[in-house]
Design a protein around this ligand. Sequence first.
Ligand code: ADP
Length: 301
Amino acid sequence: MASAITSADLTYEYAPGVGAVGLDLEVPEGQVYGFLGPNGAGKSTAIRMLTSLIRAQRGSASVLGLDPWHDASELHSRIGVLLSDQPAPRQHTGQSLLALLSRLRDRPDSIDRGTALAERLSLDLSKKGHELSLGNRQKLGLVTALAHEPDLVILDEPTNGLDPLLQREIGSLLREIADGGRTVLLSSHSLPDVEAIADHVGFIRDAILVEQLPLAALADRAVRRLIVRFDRTMSAADFDGVPNIEKLLIAADGEVSIEYRGAVAPVLSRAGELNAQTIEAHPVELEETFLALYRGEGAGQ
Ligand code: ADP
């Protein structure tokens, strides 16, 4: 499969080991790639290198076949970017900003598309940047990143500060972009948010790319947790021989926390045989997934 982004040893260090170090990225074309890592992991630093904002100190990158530093202006006409700390121009309304960008990009069609996107996200384009709330500024950033139908969309924490309904809407929007054959790189510190829409995920921690893999492969590697309540106190022996269970925490009140990896079916069927009363699935924590990836076969790059 062709790649929209590749990099080899891509590095920018603010101080030794701080920033993004030795990244070998591979972002498949026509997919949503979730770029995951806790705050301070190096996601923005990597994105800044890929979008020509800072020049890599070492290594190389190819973004849509272009060198982000040397081919910056051509690249910018083909990508749409939303940075994590992107300010909204204070004195521009959404409308005037869309008009300005359409002229700069020589894409008159982008005004109508931007207007439709704003409607979809319930963004008022008649307001000036400084009148917009944080969430609405974020929406405006998205609209301007997407209006010219770029081949590649790079979004740094695009749903920060937005309510869950809107997050879902943006997720569908990004899914549609990838389903139409274009590529989305989406950074986030939240695995559940990204899991809902990504095809491929890359994990970065402490400036290092830990692992990148298709989402389907992550399902086999990530550790998940169920909290199951029974009508009596359970014992570890009750779960003997159940495949996929990694860890059990048994409380005296009948509650059992079950960490498992892979398919949930064997766990659910034993819980059913044991007359489980309630089951809650807990969101996977990014940190736990990192640990599972580090422990897992082939992890660590
Ligand atoms: P993320 O986007 O994953 O939150 P960043 O790429 O913003 O992470 O930051 C990676 C590391 O680089 C962090 O330790 C951060 O404090 C540091 N850093 C980011 N920008 C600068 C800067 N301009 N000067 C010095 N250190 C920076």
